[in-house]
Design a protein around this ligand. Structure first.
Ligand code: UGY
Ligand code: MN
Length: 265
């Protein structure tokens, strides 16, 4: 019997709380189920809690976190820092304002890219709370290449593409792929059950992965990990990786990947 099948009484810790963690932190990967990620608050945000998922203290060269914003909560004042931001609405609705543009409403599946040095505000709609996954990364400047423009859109308005020719795969490149102005991609990856990558990947790029739909098994380093909705994985540079979707429906995850830049020696 799985410990979650045992009756839980209010105020009493569930059986399995000690012996059944799926959390693993390795040298160049971390598997982070949500139940162990504790909340904090950020001075620049009101009525908002934050759960950090990846940060330099883990080994990552970016930061990724979940923002849980109460109705009418959000940024205290415009945030303008020398970092890029990316936001993806997991649930709820927010208004985002980037630079001097008028505010745009983003609902579940909405996303925004904020270039470095550009101010933004975010406000949760009063009707209910919002959950946003957010990412910060220092921009890698290249002489002669312009900094990228802001992006605000809903993924539902984008077609699913498949450059691989492999049945059962699907992609949405939320940040234009191959555009050298950007130094990272954020991709929605779609998989039919049983459709894995053609090989175990071992590449220099890092990943931050948030599971949005379905379930499967994730190969990290040299071990398999069962994954489902709301789990997070950090994959460091050269972490061997493979995904094997299980279950009865498609699975979808949101994947950060640093690209388009040379190694720094
Ligand atoms: O594009 C990628 O690197 C992707 N195939 N990796 C992954 O989903 N772990
Ligand atoms: Mn990969």
């Amino acid at each position: 019997m799985h410990p979650t099948d045992l009756p839980a009484r209010p105020g009493i810790v569930r059986p399995g709380a000690i012996g059944h963690s799926r959390a693993v932190v390795g040298r160049n990967f971390a598997f982070i189920p949500p139940e162990g990620v504790l909340i904090s608050r950020l001075p620049a945000w009101t009525s908002t809690t934050v759960r950090f998922l990846a940060a330099p203290s883990l080994g990552a060269e970016f930061a990724q976190f979940m923002l849980e914003i109460e109705p009418s909560g959000g940024t205290v004042q415009p945030i303008c820092v020398d970092l890029q931001h990316f936001f993806y609405v997991v649930a709820g609705a927010v208004d985002i304002r980037i630079g001097t543009e008028p505010p745009t409403t983003l609902t579940e599946g909405g996303f925004a890219y904020v270039p470095p040095g550009v101010a933004f505000t975010m406000r949760c709609h009063p009707a209910g709370p919002a959950r946003i996954t957010a990412l910060k990364k220092r921009y890698e400047v290249v002489e002669g290449i312009a900094t990228p423009p802001a992006i605000v859109a809903q993924h539902q308005s984008m077609p699913v593409t498949n450059h691989t020719g492999l049945q059962g795969r699907g992609f949405k490149h939320l940040i234009p792929t191959g555009d050298l102005r950007f130094d990272f991609e954020m991709n929605l990856m779609f998989f039919e059950p049983g459709v894995c990558f053609p090989a175990v990947e071992t590449h220099i790029m890092e990943h931050g992965l948030l599971m949005l739909e379905g379930q499967g098994l994730y190969y990290l380093g040299d071990s398999w990990h069962e994954i489902w909705v709301d789990d997070f994985i950090w994959m460091g540079s050269f972490c061997p990786q493979q995904y094997y979707p299980t279950g009865h429906s498609q699975s979808v995850y949101l994947l950060y990947k640093n690209v388009n830049r040379d190694v720094v020696l």
